[in-house]
Write a new protein. Structure first.
Length: 358
C-alpha cells in the first residue's frame, strides 16, 4: 500500500516534469497502482507465500517498466526525460532488497531494466547526441552502481541467512542434545544401570505416591526378593557371569508380575515387587511369589549356568505392617530372613497382628 501511495503522489511531479503527455503518464500510473493493489490482494493467500520471491521480483519489474514508459513518453527537453531514471534506481534497489530470488537472478532483472532504459534513451529520446550523452552516461552510471550494490547486498544477505541457518541449526542441535542428556540423566537417576529396571529411588517415589493417594480400601503387598545361590555364581564364574544372571532374572521377574505393579532392583541380588490389591489376599500374593521363585529357578541358558539358583521372599502389607515406604521395606526384609531360615526357595508373610507397627 505504501508503494501505491508513493506512486500516486509522484503524479504531482508529472505536472511539472512531463506536461506534454500528462494524461498518458497518469494512465500509466493508474494501471501500475491497479497492479500493485492486485499484488496486495493476493498476499493473504497461500499461493502468494509459496511463490513470494518470484512475485515480488515481478512486482518491482512492473514498477520499473512503468518508469520506463514514462521516460519513453517524455517530450524533448522535459525534465522527466533526464530525471525519472531515479525511479529505476528505486525499482532496482527494491528488487534486490525485497525479492529473495538468488542474487544473480535479481541482478539479471536489474540489468534488463537498465538495458531497456538505454534503448529508450538512445532510440526514442536521442540522448546520444552531442550535449546529452554526458547526462545519459551519468544516469547509466548511477543505475549500474545501484544494480552492483544491490547484487553484493543480496550476496551478503544470502551469506548471512546461510550462516544464520547454520547457527540456528547448531543451537537447535545443541538444545536437543541438552534435552536428550537431561532425559537420559533423569532416566538413569531412577533406573538401574545394569538391568535397566527401576531402582530404589524410583520405587520409593512411587510407593510414597501410592500410599499418599491410597484409601482404606487400597492394600499394597510388598515382596522382598533375595536370590539364593547368587554369591556362589559370582565367586566361581566371575562378576561378568553374575551380571548376566541378574539381567536374565530381572527379565523373568518382570514377566511374572502384572502391568501396573511396581518392580525394582534395589541393589546387589535384591529385588522388590509391589502388588496393588483391593484387600489383603495371602492366596493371591503367595501365587505371585511362587511364580517368581519358579521363574528364577529355571535353568539359565545364556550364559549357561549349571549352579543352582533360587530366591527367598519376605512379604509385608500396607497398611497392616507399616504406614510409610521405608518401614514397609524393612518389615518385608525381616520376613525375607525368616524365609531364608526355612531354606532356599521359601516365602514368609509378616504376621497379621505384628508386635509393633513401623
Amino acid at each position: 500500500m505504501l508503494a501505491a501511495t508513493l506512486y500516486l503522489l509522484f503524479g504531482f511531479l508529472d505536472i511539472w516534469a512531463i506536461p506534454s503527455a500528462l494524461y498518458k503518464v497518469w494512465s500509466v500510473r493508474l494501471i501500475v497502482v491497479g497492479l500493485i493493489l492486485v499484488f496486495y490482494s493476493i498476499t493473504h493467500y497461500h499461493f502468494f507465500l509459496r511463490r513470494y520471491a518470484a512475485l515480488i521480483s515481478l512486482f518491482f519489474l512492473v514498477l520499473g517498466l512503468g518508469v520506463e514508459i514514462m521516460v519513453y513518453l517524455a517530450g524533448n527537453g522535459e525534465i522527466a526525460k533526464y530525471a525519472y531514471y531515479t525511479g529505476l534506481i528505486l525499482a532496482v534497489m527494491g528488487l534486490h532488497t525485497w525479492s529473495f530470488l538468488p542474487a544473480w537472478q535479481n541482478a539479471l532483472t536489474g540489468t534488463w531494466l537498465i538495458l531497456l532504459y538505454l534503448v529508450i534513451a538512445l532510440a526514442t529520446q536521442d540522448m546520444g547526441q552531442t550535449g546529452q550523452w554526458p547526462i545519459l552516461l551519468t544516469n547509466s552510471y548511477f543505475l549500474v552502481s545501484a544494480n552492483i550494490i544491490g547484487y553484493f547486498g543480496s550476496l551478503a544477505r544470502e551469506r548471512y541467512l546461510h550462516d544464520s541457518f547454520l547457527l540456528r541449526y547448531e543451537l537447535m542441535s545443541h538444545l536437543e542434545r541438552v534435552v536428550l542428556e537431561k532425559e537420559r540423566a533423569d532416566y538413569w537417576s531412577e533406573h538401574d544401570p545394569l538391568t535397566g529396571l527401576p531402582n530404589r529411588s524410583y520405587l520409593m517415589q512411587q510407593l510414597t505416591k501410592r500410599m499418599a493417594a491410597g484409601t482404606e480400601s487400597v492394600v499394597l503387598a510388598l515382596l522382598f526378593i533375595d536370590l539364593d545361590g547368587f554369591k556362589a555364581i559370582n565367586d566361581r564364574l566371575g562378576h561378568a557371569a553374575g551380571d548376566e544372571v541378574l539381567k536374565a532374572i530381572g527379565r523373568r521377574i518382570e514377566d511374572s508380575v502384572r502391568e501396573g505393579d511396581l518392580f525394582a532392583r534395589i541393589g546387589g541380588d535384591e529385588f522388590i515387587v509391589v502388588l496393588s490389591l483391593r484387600q489383603r489376599d495371602d492366596e493371591v500374593v503367595m501365587r505371585v511369589a511362587r511364580s517368581i521363585i519358579a521363574s528364577v529357578e529355571r535353568p539359565i541358558r545364556e550364559p549357561i549356568i549349571e549352579l543352582p539358583i533360587s530366591a527367598s521372599i519376605g512379604i509385608a502389607y500396607y497398611p497392616d505392617h507399616a504406614h510409610h515406604p521405608e518401614g514397609l521395606i524393612q518389615a518385608a526384609d525381616r520376613q525375607m530372613y525368616v524365609a531364608k531360615n526355612h531354606g532356599s526357595g521359601c516365602v514368609s508373610i509378616a504376621p497379621s497382628v505384628p508386635e509393633a507397627k513401623n
